[in-house]
Design a protein around this ligand. Structure first.
Ligand SMILES: [Zn+2]
Length: 330
């Protein structure tokens, strides 16, 4: 309802300049309509907008800073590959809503990185396991994640769900993608109810927006290629960008295909040239018709002869040959 009010004005939350300009627009609109129901909506919308500007303080990293982080980060001394393709086809969004209230990334004011994203959720909303897997931990950390769950998935990822109000699963329990694992809440270091959600590969906190398109409640692609070089980067598939991206990748694909074809062609040309040279040598053809661009050196080389032999055989006195002339090779 509140989101609809915002979108009805044609303002997406990310594009809003300030809560006050938003509220002015909205008030102007309402001045014309002047309905009590809408006035209530203004208040709600204003609160909603205010919530959006509220920066959530990033949680300390449970994998490295949380208590007993040895237990939490079991990948501490592991050899993490530079790249790894992860199958993300069988997913379920962790919460019913799709509103990202706080993105992944470095927060200069706190001097630390937000290792996941915050999704708008009320206290008591159902939290779903994003993929199938086994619950690795259910814990409480007062100074950070509050009640949190870590699920280890079959595709190699781990997902972390923080600030929960209640667990619905136990450690070591197998869960299916979409199975309720907890209820969201406001526990730990949290300024308001929300779900803190992380996607990790061997301890590396991947930007969840690199895998998921939260606005459209889907994954960007069927597989996500983890790479140490770019796992922190989100992928933006806004409609125009999505189109451009599609165009770009189509063009890239075509180019790659062309390259492949060309390579194949080249290879086959090389192969056939080799073959024909071989064959011709084996056949030991007895004549050769001079083509454009030919010279005696080339013809002699191609036929396993010296220029002198070729000249002698054909009674040539100069090194020039005319196109179309038939030369004896034997
Ligand atoms: Zn968070």
């Amino acid at each position: 309802m509140m989101a609809m009010t915002l979108f009805a004005l044609g303002i997406s939350a990310q594009n809003m300049q300030s809560a006050s300009s938003f509220s002015k627009k909205h008030s102007d609109l309402l001045a014309k309509q002047s309905r009590v129901k809408d006035q209530i909506q203004v208040k709600e919308a204003q609160k909603y907008a205010a919530d959006l500007y509220e920066e959530c303080e990033p949680e300390p990293d449970i994998y490295t800073e949380g208590w007993e982080s040895n237990l939490v980060n079991c990948y501490k001394d592991a050899n993490v590959p530079n790249t790894k393709v992860l199958d993300v086809r069988h997913y379920v969004m962790p919460i019913k809503g799709n509103y990202v209230t706080s993105h992944y990334g470095y927060r200069p004011q706190f001097g630390r990185t937000h290792k996941g994203i915050d999704l708008r959720a009320a206290v008591g909303d159902t939290v779903y396991s994003a993929f199938s897997g086994r619950v690795r931990l259910t814990r409480f950390e007062r100074g950070g994640y509050g009640f949190y769950v870590i699920v280890r998935h079959e595709n190699g990822l781990e997902t972390v769900y923080g600030h929960l109000s209640r667990f619905l699963v136990k450690p070591d329990q197998y869960v299916k993608a979409g199975q309720p694992i907890a209820l969201s809440g406001n526990t730990g270091r949290s300024t308001g109810p929300h779900l803190h959600f992380e996607t990790r590969f061997m301890g590396y906190a991947i930007n969840p927006e690199a895998i998921f398109d939260f606005a459209n409640r889907c994954t960007h692609t069927d597989s996500y290629t983890f790479s140490k070089a770019n796992y922190t980067k989100a992928r933006d598939y806004a409609p125009s960008k999505r189109y451009n991206q599609a165009k770009k990748s189509a063009a890239e694909e075509k180019e790659t295909a062309n390259k492949k074809n060309n390579n194949k062609k080249e290879q086959s040309t090389v192969a056939s040239t080799k073959k024909s040279t071989k064959e011709s040598r084996k056949d030991s053809r007895s004549t050769y018709q001079v083509r454009a661009g030919d010279n005696l050196t080339k013809i002699a080389q191609n036929n396993g002869m010296t220029v002198a032999q070729l000249k002698k055989l054909n009674g040539l006195t100069s090194d020039n040959v005319v196109e179309g002339k038939v030369l004896r090779l034997k």
